[in-house]
Write a protein that binds this ligand. Structure first.
Ligand code: NOJ
Length: 738
């Protein structure tokens, strides 16, 4: 019987494989036949992407004549244009008015939700919940495809260790291991299993590569990182996203070790094609081809087109230079026609896989537009994701959760806000009515009669005229919840900050409120770690809610009132002061690590090396204790993995979730290694008083890294292993790799 099942399984597997092969043969034939019919201009046209001017423009508009080009079949895709009717109208031109009727791609930046806005990506990463992250991307993709979008410019997977960099908001933080898992989850969410699924778009992982290492945290700035650093820190999330199936990839604005990423053969050919066998297409960032001129790398636009096409770029976003110069460059023998054909082919393959040749209007569905957006399910998912992403940074004397029956003063510029709450890059999210403000969330949760309100001040101005009323209001309450933070547009593209304190007079307001002697809970809204050292020292509780999205106010009320016990853990380090940046948990030891007993350990004169809050940190309303760490062996070998177990107990009064984290340290390496590296985690739920043994398994593959010759190796020698509730407070064990 077993034999028969085995044979049947083999047969059905071989049927599936041969069906897949025949689909592939059919697709290749279709695309090659089409390419044979195409003129050189039409092939070049496929490599051209223009912004429509319909929606926010995310850079300078180079050519407003895109519609004219479109009619001539010289445009392969349009971005920044949404809506079933609008995309249908442009698609109609492409399909009905051009010689070969090749359908368009429609791209859009759907970064954390489309209309139902989810927490900003950095916040989502603090949930340590890959299913929820994948679901958030799925919903975003579903809503965007209902409005004609078939190509999403996300996820951003740039590792970021500099909170000054505004785009830190778009990633998954500072860690390579976690960043790679999140990258893959987001690709799965955006694309699903099959690009033909009408409810999923094609993803575009960005920005290749090392954009997050912009010097001094200033956007677009130079990047200079060693190859070892590139391979160990910046590339893994890209590899994870591509191996999870990302159909496309976007180059970065920056240069990398002297060569702009957009014309960087090492990145685009040696790594993407030769090493990773990527068969999707590569799009530039917005005019990043043209920007090689100010970079001092291309002489003029024509040269920039030559350099980038020859380096392996397939599509020019908004630069217009492929359209203008490729034909001439081919005639001059500076670019090979076969390379342009190959680029067009890769793009056409994706259009085929999306099903656009079968039905070019499949994403412009005015029915779905009405039914699939902002549904109750989507809003509930956004609320849940928001609660999961909040990080409780401080909670002295258990002032949180708020006890019922108390008078609560709600103070601060964020309390009634409906714009900042959805954050930057919030696509088509409603910015006025729909988002639930903190005030509305709290009214719903505790009733208006229990609330007092005063704005106190603006986010950024010198005006202190609201302080008096704020202090008066606070004095009448039992507890003060004050919500302060950044403007949404202090983060995101080109929104770097040199200082990370609260803007304007918000800190002054906090100091005034402190004088009332009332317990103060700060609800911090920001797109990045902030230097909240005074706040940490003087306020009773701090809840970081990031930019929580459409349902933010409801989610905040859930957590403040204890309906939901917070469990988020930081995926970025909070510095005490900006001068410590870049500050990240997985740094190297140095030859003179800090040692209080000598003057010659690496240190600052005026501040300790410690972060304000470390990576992995986050409190709960309950408490967890770690004990009995056990290793299955003193050694690990290729054939014998190591098991690590630890007893985690909920020692507080509330049921709650804990993110149990596992780190290792490779003590001596052929290159110096980080003091700690995350290698595993487990998010567990424990009832008050409950204990559980949490198990991890480490294999030698988990201990690999890129050595000085860029070989991905593990090395024999001693290791430490750490388990704990954050990157600093851990139990430690030791083992040897043999
Ligand atoms: C520039 C940004 O860097 C990129 O992330 C975005 O996708 C494009 N503009 C398109 O809006």
């Amino acid at each position: 019987m077993q034999k028969i099942i085995y044979i049947l399984t083999l047969l059905s597997l071989s049927f599936t494989i041969s069906a897949q092969n025949s689909d592939k043969i059919k697709m290749n034939k279709f695309v090659d036949d089409l390419l044979n019919k195409m003129t050189l201009e039409e092939k070049i046209g496929q490599t051209v992407l223009y912004t429509s001017g319909y929606d926010v423009i995310t850079g300078p508009t180079v050519d407003p004549n895109y519609k004219e080009y479109l009619k001539k079949g010289m445009v392969g895709g349009i971005f920044n244009g949404v809506g079933a009717d609008y995309t249908r109208s442009l698609q109609k031109i492409a399909v009905e008015e051009t010689r070969l009727g090749i359908p368009l791609l429609f791209g859009y930046d759907v970064i954390h939700g489309y209309k139902t806005i989810f927490p900003m990506p950095l916040a989502e990463s603090c949930s340590w919940d890959l299913d929820a992250i994948e679901n958030s991307a799925r919903i975003a993709s579903k809503e965007a495809t209902a409005e004609g979008i078939n190509w999403i410019f996300a996820p951003m997977v740039d590792i970021a260790r500099d909170a000054r960099w505004g785009r830190i908001v778009e990633g998954a933080g500072e860690d390579v291991y976690w960043g790679s898992l999140v990258a893959a989850a987001r690709i799965r969410g955006i694309q699903g299993k099959d690009l033909k699924d009408r409810e999923r778009a094609m993803a575009c992982v960005k920005h290749f590569a090392a954009y997050g290492a912009s010097m001094a945290g200033r956007d677009y700035n130079t990047v200079d990182v060693s190859l070892v650093e590139l391979w160990n820190t910046y590339l893994p999330p890209f590899k994870a996203a591509l191996y999870a199936g990302s159909a496309t990839i976007m180059t970065a604005f920056n240069d990398l070790n002297g060569i702009p990423a957009t014309a960087n053969k090492y990145l685009l050919k040696d790594i993407l094609i030769d090493k990773w066998k990527f068969d999707g297409f590569v799009v530039s960032d917005y005019t990043s081809v043209n920007e090689m001129i100010p970079h001092g790398y291309a002489r003029d636009e024509k040269h920039s087109a030559e350099l980038s096409m020859n380096a392996g770029l397939d599509m020019d976003m908004q630069g217009g230079v492929f359209m203008k110069y490729l034909k001439e460059l081919i005639a001059e023998g500076k670019v090979l026609e076969k390379d342009v054909t190959l680029a067009a082919r890769k793009i056409l393959i994706k259009k085929y896989e999306l099903g656009l040749f079968e039905d070019p209007y499949r994403y412009s569905d005015s029915k779905r537009e009405k039914t699939d957006i902002m549904t109750a399910e989507h809003k509930e998912a956004a609320r849940d994701m928001a609660r999961k992403s909040f990080v409780l940074l401080k909670n002295d004397n258990q002032v949180l959760p708020l006890t019922s029956g108390k008078k609560i003063a709600l103070i601060g510029p964020m309390i009634k806000d409906k714009r900042e709450i959805i954050g930057s890059w919030s696509a088509m999210g409603d910015r006025t009515n729909v988002p639930v403000s903190i005030y509305e969330g709290m009214v719903e949760a505790v009733g208006e009669h229990n609330l007092l309100y005063a704005k106190g001040c603006d986010i950024e101005s010198d005006d202190t005229s609201g302080f008096e009323e704020a202090v008066k209001t606070a004095s009448q309450a039992d507890i003060v919840v004050v919500s302060v933070g950044e403007f949404h547009n202090m983060t995101g593209e080109n929104n770097s900050r040199a200082g990370l304190d609260l803007p304007g007079v918000q800190l002054q307001l906090l100091k005034k409120l402190k004088e009332t002697g009332k317990p103060i809970v700060m609800v911090l809204m920001s797109g990045r770690p902030m230097t909240i050292t005074w706040e940490n020292a003087h306020l009773d509780a701090i809840l970081d809610v990031w930019f929580p999205g459409t349902m933010g106010g409801a989610a905040i009320a859930d957590v403040l009132t204890g309906k939901y016990n917070p469990s988020g853990k930081l995926t970025v380090t909070f510095p005490q002061v900006v001068g410590q940046i870049p500050l990240f948990y997985n740094h190297k030891s140095t030859g003179r690590p800090f040692d209080a007993s000598t003057n010659y350990g690496s240190r600052y004169w005026d501040v300790s090396n410690d972060p304000l809050y470390p990576f992995g940190y986050g409190l709960s309303y309950t408490t967890f204790e770690y004990a009995d760490m056990k290793l299955s062996s003193e050694t690990i070998t290729k054939n014998s993995p190591l098991k690590i177990s630890v007893k985690v107990s909920n020692t507080g009064k509330y049921d709650g979730e804990e993110v149990v984290q596992l780190y290792t340290r490779d003590v001596i390496g052929s290159i110096t290694r980080p003091v700690k590296e995350l290698k595993g985690y487990s998010k567990i739920f424990l009832k008050a008083g409950e204990s559980r043994i949490v198990d991890f398994t480490l294999t030698v593959d988990d201990l690999r890294f890129y050595n000085a010759d860029l070989e991905y190796v593990y090395e024999i020698g001693d290791f430490s292993v750490f388990v704990g509730g954050n990157s600093q407070k851990t139990l430690e064990g030791k083992f040897t790799l043999k």
